[in-house]
Write a protein that binds this ligand. Structure first.
Ligand code: DX5
Ligand code: ZN
Length: 231
């Protein structure tokens, strides 16, 4: 799915059709990575809307995950939701655009000029998201709510899958939703970390509309049922 002509305009058309839908973005970080192609196909068949691709550089976060060559190996059929947990995201936009990203999200805490990086993502014909860590206040992204398609609220500390949900992030989701309803009602709020059948209702009630889920989905006995329980 590409947005070359008018990234925001085309996106809004799409959003109208799906406005009542909660999206699930399957995080493959904790999938069986020896079979990454089969695992993404499994998530797709179970009803995942997007594939969430976590990029870690060993500097912005301790861990190093995988990068553009691995993303490029994924099927072009999927909507690839790239989450850059890297110190210098602005240097990565072209590389990930060429490697199949449909949406690129980078951190407000990274060492990049936020406006410049958002513009670079849009110029590449992709949707842009801004992520914030659990302890970063909502206000830090307020200046960008009209310029981006998505805000990603981290509900665990970035760096690892399989952590417990941090419930103190819920008021922040509400604050961003409330503000966005005034200035950009179509803004999506994605939540990432510790999303399960128990935490999904809390984040949805707070205003999230894209749920990233990794361990809960990939470790479920029946991924389809687990997916339904999130939506
Ligand atoms: C953490 C990543 C998450 C993580 C989510 O830094 O950004 O996307 O993989 O995994 P779960 O759902 O297991 O918390
Ligand atoms: Zn992520």
């Amino acid at each position: 799915m590409r947005y070359n002509a008018s990234p925001v305009g085309n996106y809004l058309d799409e959003k109208e059709d799906k406005s009542l839908n909660i999206k699930v973005s399957a995080s493959i970080l904790n999938a069986d990575l020896s079979a990454i192609g089969a695992e993404t196909a499994r998530a797709d068949a179970a009803g995942a809307d997007w594939v969430h691709f976590d990029v870690m550089d060993g500097h912005f976060v301790d861990n190093i995950s995988y990068g553009a060559p691995v993303q490029k190996a994924l099927s072009k059929r999927y909507f690839i939701d790239t989450h850059l947990m890297v110190t210098h995201p602005h240097t990565q936009i072209g590389i990930f655009a060429d490697s199949g990203s449909d949406m690129i999200t980078f951190h407000i805490e990274s060492e990049s000029d936020t406006d410049h990086t958002v513009n670079k993502i849009h110029r590449a014909g992709l949707m842009a998201g801004i992520a914030l860590k659990p302890s970063t206040p909502a206000e830090s992204v307020f200046p960008y709510l009209e310029k981006t398609e998505m805000i990603l609220v981290m509900t665990v500390e970035p760096g690892y899958g399989g952590q417990g949900f941090l419930s103190y992030t819920l008021p922040k989701i509400r604050e961003i939703r409330k503000r966005a309803n005034r200035v950009n009602p179509d803004l999506m709020i994605e939540v990432d970390g510790g999303i399960t059948n128990e935490t999904a209702p809390l984040v949805k009630e707070a205003g999230a509309d894209v749920l990233v889920s990794g361990s809960y989905l990939f470790k479920a006995k029946d991924m389809y049922k687990a997916m339904q329980s999130l939506k």
